[in-house]
Design a protein around this ligand. Structure first.
Ligand code: ATP
Length: 202
């Protein structure tokens, strides 16, 4: 089976930016956020189960999952949240692994914002953490999303801490500098992963 690198990092750290640099080298990406939407797309088993549980009022008029409504329904109901996680987490896991096996590149980058929080590091051969300071996380996210610094701060607090992520990382990319520096770091890691995946498959 395939060599998989789990790419993670806090909000606004640069996961998407880094993933796109690997993709430019021909590396296949499996994105947990995209998979999480696929498993509840119209016609999916996931959406069917959610409608059976919460009722059809959980759908938009177009028949899509109303995410805002679902968030409301689970917000102060830990049991409902738990039910939803037990439904979706195995589906997401299974679909991510299926996409990994379909990939044809030498190795695969799995982009998972909550890699450690959700225990998905168990699915990968190696973990790569994109690291920036909380100050830069706030600056870049505020600039990108036009949101309040306090909102970003709340999200940072809800995620696994910078020090814990760094302690659990096999590899770390420092993304506090220029994009040109980032590109060099990615190219070096790409060479390393090509070597590791070759050894792994031999
Ligand atoms: P999220 O978890 O919130 O989806 P992310 O980890 O995927 O975020 P990106 O969207 O890649 O992060 O980056 C956050 C913002 O910072 C983007 O607007 C991106 O263009 C910018 N950015 C990324 N790296 C750098 C850098 N080295 N210098 C300046 N800006 C950067």
């Amino acid at each position: 089976s395939k060599f998989v690198v789990g790419l993670t990092g806090g909000i606004g750290s640069g996961k998407t930016t880094v993933a796109n640099l690997f993709a430019a080298e021909g590396v296949a990406l499996v994105d947990a956020d995209i998979v999480a939407r696929e498993v509840v797309a119209p016609g999916s088993k996931g959406l069917e189960a959610i409608v059976t549980h919460f009722g059809a009022e959980i759908l938009t008029p177009e028949g899509e999952l109303d995410r805002a409504k679902l968030r409301q329904r689970i917000f102060s109901h830990p049991k409902e949240r738990e039910w939803l996680n037990q439904l979706l987490h195995p589906m997401i896991r299974q679909e991510m692994l299926a996409q990994v096996e379909k990939a044809t590149s030498a190795y695969v980058i799995m982009v998972v914002p909550l890699l450690f929080e959700n225990g998905l590091d168990r699915l990968v051969n190696r973990t790569l953490v994109v690291d920036i300071s909380p100050e830069l996380q706030i600056n870049r996210t505020v600039k990108r999303d036009n949101v309040d610094a306090s909102q970003v701060n709340n999200i940072i607090s809800s995620q696994c801490s910078r020090s814990e992520k760094l302690a659990r990382a096999d590899d770390i990319i420092d993304n506090q500098g220029e994009i040109s520096t980032l590109k060099r770091e990615v190219l070096a890691l790409h060479q390393r992963y090509l070597q590791l995946s070759g050894t792994d498959n031999a």
